[in-house]
Write a protein that binds this ligand. Structure first.
Ligand code: FAD
Length: 469
C-alpha cells in the first residue's frame, strides 16, 4: 500500500480541529509557531516540510497520531533526537510524529534500572542515572536521541565492558501500525523485542525504553592524547595491536582530523592534521595511566590531557564538535582488520580532507558486545574489531559535491577491507545497502517480524525493511 505525502485532509478544518482536540501535545501546521524548529533535524542537508507535525506528550497522543495518519493513508516519520544523518526523522509532506516533548526518565535505584521516554536525548538519561552513579551504555554525543540510537544498536565509551544499548534493554512500550500499545520484552512479544534491538524504527513508535544500568560512579579516568599526522602510519600500526590487548575496562578510539583549538594543545598546532586518541578507563586512575602510557610514549605527542573526569562532563565534551545543522554526509563500514593497505588508503584520504571539519573516526569495538551471540538481537555484526567512519562535514551548499564525492571515493577504496555496516551510520544509500547491515538470516527474520507487525509498511521512513507478506 502506498502512503500519501499530500492529502485534502489538511484542508478540512473540522478534521484538523478534531485532531487538535484529541492531542494533549501540539498539532503544528506549516507557518505556525514551532513548525520551523520542529521540522529541522541535526543534518543541515535535510530540508523537508511535513504537512503536519504532531508533537506528542504521551502514549495516548502517539496512538491518536498513528491512527490519524493510517486512517488518512498518510506517510509518517518518527522523530526521536533527530540525529540520524539520513534525515529519516522528517518526511516531505505527510505527518511527522515528533517525540521531543516526551523526555522524562525515571530511575529505580534498587533494581538499577531506568525507564526513559521515547524522545529522550542521551543527556536526559545521563542526568537522571548519574544522580545515582549509574549509566546506560549509549553514544558519545549528549544531544543524540536514545530512540534512534537504541533501535539501531547503540554503543559508546562503556560498551566494551557493559555491552551495547540493546544488550541492556529490558523492555519497551511501543505503538504499532494498528495503533495498539504493546510491551516487548523477553517474556512479552519476544519476536518484536528481538527485532527492535537493531532493526531500527521499522516496527512501531517506541514510547518508552527500560534499561539495566551499570554502576560506574560519577567520575571516570579519561583523556585525549594528540599525535602528529606525520607519524600516523607507524602510530596506527602500533595502535591497532595495542588497543586489542587492553582489558574491556579500557576503551581507546582514534580520530584523524584538523586540530580543534583544544586548551592543552599549543596554539601553532590548532588547525593542523592530527591523530587524536581519546580514551576512557573504568577503574582506578593509576591503572588507567599505566595502561595508556605506551600510546602516549609511542612518540612525543603534540599534547595530552587526562585525569578523573565527571562522566557527564566527558559525555558532553564532544558536543560542540558535532553541533546541529552543519551539512553532513557519512559513509561507514565494519573493518575486519586495520591492514597496512587499509591504513594507506585511510591516510591518503585523510591527507585531502575537503573541509577542516571532516574527520575519520575509528572506534575499537570487541569486548562485551562481541561475546553476545549473533542471533540474540537484530544487531548481529558483533565481532568486527574496528569501525571506519568517514564523516564529511561542511557549511556551504556549493561544497556538497566535493565533500560527497570525497566520502564516496574513500568508502569505495576501503570496501575490500570491510564486512557489514552499523545501520545507524548509514546515510540514504538505497535498499541494497540496508541489507548489508544484517547477515542474511537476520534479514529474513526481520522481514518475518515486519510482515507480522507492519505488513503495509506504514513505518517506512527509516532504514527500511520492506514487508514481503
Ligand atoms: C553527532 C552524532 C554522534 C553519534 N554518536 C553515536 C554513538 O556514539 N554511538 C552510536 O551507536 N550511534 C551514534 N550516532 C548515530 C545515532 O545512533 C543515529 O544517528 C540515531 O539514529 C540517532 O537517533 P535519534 O533518535 O537522534 O535520531 P532520529 O533522526 O530522530 O531517528 C532516527 C530514526 O530512528 C527511528 N526512531 C527514533 N526514535 C524512535 C522511537 N522512539 N520510536 C520509533 N522509532 C524511532 C525513526 O525511524 C527515525 O527515522 C551518532 C550520530 C550523530 C549525528
Amino acid at each position: 500500500m502506498g502512503y500519501l505525502r499530500y492529502s485534502d485532509v489538511f484542508k478540512n478544518r473540522d478534521r484538523i480541529r478534531e485532531l487538535r482536540n484529541s492531542i494533549q501535545g501540539q498539532v503544528v501546521l506549516p507557518g505556525e509557531d514551532n513548525y520551523e524548529e520542529s521540522r529541522k533535524v541535526w543534518n543541515g542537508m535535510i530540508e523537508r516540510r511535513p504537512e503536519a507535525i504532531i508533537r506528542c506528550k504521551g502514549n495516548r497522543d502517539v496512538i491518536h497520531a498513528v491512527n490519524f495518519a493510517r486512517s488518512n493513508q498518510l506517510l509518517v516519520s518518527v522523530k526521536g533526537g533527530g540525529h540520524n544523518v539520513a534525515g529519516n526523522a522528517v518526511c516531505e509532506g505527510g505527518v511527522m510524529i515528533d517525540l521531543s516533548l516526551m523526555r522524562s526518565a525515571r530511575v529505580d535505584k534498587e533494581k538499577k534500572t531506568v525507564r526513559v521516554d521515547g524522545g529522550c536525548l542521551l543527556s536526559d538519561m545521563d542526568q537522571e542515572t548519574q544522580a545515582y552513579g549509574l549509566a546506560v551504555p549509549a553514544g558519545i554525543v549528549s544531544h543524540t536521541g536514545v530512540g534512534g540510537l537504541t533501535l539501531g544498536g547503540g554503543f559508546g565509551w562503556i560498551s566494551r565492558k557493559y555491552g551495547l544499548s540493546v544488550d541492556n534493554l529490558l523492555s519497551a512500550e511501543l505503538v504499532t501500525a494498528e495503533g495498539e500499545l504493546l510491551r516487548a520484552s523477553r517474556e512479552e512479544n519476544p519476536d518484536l523485542f528481538w527485532a527492535i534491538r537493531g532493526g531500527g524504527g521499522n516496527f512501531g513508535v517506541v514510547t518508552s525504553f527500560e534499561f539495566r544500568c551499570a554502576h560506574i560512579g560519577r567520575e571516570v579516568f579519561a583523556g585525549i592524547i594528540v599525535h602528529s599526522f606525520e607519524n600516523a602510519k607507524d602510530y596506527i600500526k602500533f595502535h591497532r595491536e595495542y588497543v586489542r590487548s587492553l582489558p574491556d575496562d579500557m576503551t581507546v578510539w582514534m580520530v584523524i582530523r584538523h586540530a580543534p583549538p583544544l586548551p592543552f594543545l599549543p596554539e601553532e598546532v590548532h588547525g593542523r592534521l592530527i591523530v587524536a586518541v581519546p580514551f576512557v578507563y573504568l577503574g582506578e586512575g593509576k591503572e588507567g595511566e599505566r595502561l595508556i602510557k605506551p600510546l602516549e610514549q609511542f612518540a612525543t605527542p603534540y599534547g595530552s590531557m587526562m585525569g578523573m573526569i565527571p562522566w557527564r562532563d566527558w559525555q558532553t565534551g564532544f558536543d560542540a564538535l558535532n553541533s546541529h545543522f552543519a551539512r553532513n554526509y557519512w559513509k561507514s563500514h565494519h573493518l575486519e582488520d586495520l591492514s597496512d593497505k587499509c591504513i594507506e588508503s585511510i591516510l591518503s584520504f585523510a591527507g585531502r580532507f575537503p573541509t577542516p571539519s571532516c574527520e575519520v573516526f575509528i572506534p575499537h569495538m570487541e569486548g562485551a558486545p562481541s561475546r553476545v551471540s549473533a542471533t540474540e538481537t537484530a544487531y548481529a555484526f558483533r565481532t568486527a574489531p574496528f569501525i571506519l567512519n568517514i564523516h564529511a562535514r561542511w557549511e556551504e551548499a556549493e561544497q556538497d559535491s566535493g565533500c560527497i564525492t570525497w566520502a564516496r571515493d574513500f568508502f569505495e577504496e576501503t570496501k575490500p577491507f570491510a564486512k557489514g555496516v552499523y545501520v545507524n551510520f548509514l546515510s540514504d544509500e538505497g535498499e541494497a545497502r540496508v541489507r548489508e547491515a544484517y547477515p542474511e538470516d537476520t534479514w529474513n527474520r526481520l522481514v518475518e517480524v515486519k510482515n507480522r507487525y507492519d505488513p503495509t509498511n506504514f513505518f517506512s521512513m527509516n532504514q527500511n525493511i520492506k514487508p514481503a507478506p
